[in-house]
Design a protein around this ligand. Structure first.
Ligand code: BES
Ligand code: ZN
Ligand code: ZN
Length: 494
């Protein structure tokens, strides 16, 4: 769906359907200023009585078909005093899906109608645009018998009666569009099954992104990964014939090439069977989502390519599947990681941490990160702790942790802080190596985080985001969780 900007006196606005939002216990005419000038018919249509403003209540009202804005979809925002950006995102999603259901050809939001909402108009526009585009995106690349693809309006217009369409709102809408492009890119990667998205295909995608947006890329294959000394990463790839790929993307606009970069590392397990420590078959198909961290890093780069952000950013994604076979790592094997530490692989299903530690070491060897942030669908224990509503954030840097949590809240990615106390290391101690790859079951998400911490230098600002819960829903599939947080962190700097 394209975006259009219409700047004209209200009487000349054109769209098939206008989207309006109103608060509870306020007359629509009160919630939406200048309604009598913009859409005069709506002030007298009886249907408006039904729009009570209850959260996500939808009312459709019709004017005469010959009128330039002949139909309105009004969505409730609930009580004015409890308004949040999430309320707006949900309401816009509801409106967008109603447009789909009614097969609306073109829709529009008069920007003046948000004037009474107590939040910057630019923020509201950015969120509204992002939410509509995310809501309408579907993954149907593999459906061949579907009669017609899910309907999407041709364009969404933003209408303004000001003399010039306000620059800051135009820029805000484009920011929302770039963010949605990133989120939807990630969703497509994560929704795609493991026979479609292999490590080699991810490497091709990185090439494509690099060529399109001028990102530097470094891609290591099996031989190079082995030669580099990434024994922990290799131990996961050992069971698979599919070639692992260690992918590095770099966004360094002119003048930023020598800056300390923000480095993101994403777990890219394209399928997690558990390896020799095989997972039960029920629900195993969902483990195609185990590259959700890498997917978010790729989505960030898609968003960066559509933005104008002058900051150096590195994205590192170790990609492999985790398979059982005669060449697979046995439980009990000891492997040597890139930084020389030895790991006793007690459970081959705790593979994410093995590939991540070599990527974290690489990040610190090759760059001087201003911040080092990794994302991973790392533990089932985290899903038990927080469910699907939030990711856990683990960090030794309270400021970084707060930046991530606050930024996430703003854009709709929720994070909750979890501890990294060294006392949890007790059960990670090994009799034969420097550490085991799993600790006791209780506190499993913390053990995984503490394992990663062993590979991060003390002076590095590091955070680990366990996104196993919110990255993928059994109903609804991939969410693109994390992309918007990363994008905003890059925009603001850390
Ligand atoms: N990929 C899984 C974690 C996961 C679980 C992601 C649910 C998304 C949804 C991870 O590699 C894993 O298998 N972790 C094990 C660790 C255990 C063996 C210590 C787990 O959580 O059970
Ligand atoms: Zn696993
Ligand atoms: Zn995994």
């Amino acid at each position: 769906m394209d975006l259009r900007f219409q700047q004209a006196p209200a009487a000349e606005w054109q769209a098939n359907t206008v989207l309006l939002f109103n608060f509870k216990d306020e007359a629509v005419t009160e919630s939406i200023p200048n309604l009598s000038e913009t859409i005069p018919w709506i002030t007298i249509t009886p249907a408006i009585q039904d729009a009570k403003g209850e959260k996500n209540q939808v009312t459709v009202a019709y004017g005469h078909p010959s009128i330039p804005l002949p139909r309105a979809i009004i969505v409730g925002l609930g009580e004015r005093k409890s308004f949040t950006l999430k309320v707006l995102r949900d309401a816009v999603k509801t409106a967008a899906l109603k447009c789909r259901e009614l097969k609306v050809d073109t829709c529009a939001i008069p920007v003046e109608t948000i004037d009474t909402i107590d939040e910057e108009n630019a923020v509201l526009i950015e969120e509204a645009v992002a939410s509509a585009l995310i809501a309408l995106h579907t993954y149907d690349a593999l459906k061949t018998t579907q009669k017609e693809p899910a309907h999407t309006p041709r364009w969404m217009g933003l209408l303004s009666s000001e003399e010039n369409f306000p620059d800051e709102l135009h820029a805000a809408a484009r920011r929302g569009e770039a963010a949605a492009a990133g989120v939807n890119y990630t969703r497509d990667l994560v929704n795609a099954p493991a026979n479609v998205i292999t490590p080699a295909v991810l490497a091709e995608k990185a090439e494509e992104l690099g060529k399109k947006y001028n990102f530097k890329r470094t891609i290591l294959g099996r031989k190079e990964i082995e030669k580099a000394g990434m024994g922990a990463f290799m131990s996961v790839a050992a069971g698979s014939d599919a070639e692992p790929k260690f992918i590095v993307l770099e966004h360094a606009p002119k003048g930023t090439e020598t800056d300390d970069p923000i480095v993101f590392v994403g777990k890219g397990v394209t399928f997690d069977t558990g390896g020799i420590s095989l997972k039960p078959s029920l629900g195993m198909h969902e483990m195609k989502c185990d590259m959700g961290g890498a997917g978010a890093v790729f989505g960030l780069f898609e968003a960066l390519g559509n933005s104008d952000i002058e900051r150096r950013v590195i994205g590192i994604t170790p990609c492999t599947d985790n398979m059982p076979s005669s060449t697979a790592t046995h439980p009990g094997d000891v492997v040597t990681s890139l930084n020389g530490k030895t790991i006793e692989v007690i459970n081959t299903d705790a593979e994410g941490r093995l590939i991540l530690v070599d990527a974290l070491t690489y990040a610190q060897n090759e760059f001087k990160p201003a911040a080092l942030i990794n994302l991973a669908t790392l533990t089932g224990a985290c899903v038990v702790a927080l469910g699907a509503h939030a990711a856990a954030v683990f960090s030794t840097d309270d400021e970084l942790s707060k930046t991530i949590t606050d930024t996430g809240e703003l854009v709709g990615d929720r994070y909750w802080p979890m501890p990294l106390w060294d006392s949890y290391f007790e059960t990670l101690k090994s009799d034969v190596a420097d550490m085991k790859n799993v600790g006791s079951r209780e506190g499993g998400a913390i053990h995984a985080a503490l394992f990663l911490k062993q590979f991060v230098e003390k002076d590095v600002r590091w955070a680990h985001l366990d996104i196993a819960g919110p990255a993928y829903n059994t109903k609804g599939g991939a969410t693109g969780f994390g992309v918007r947080t990363l994008l905003e962190i890059v925009r603001k700097g850390v």
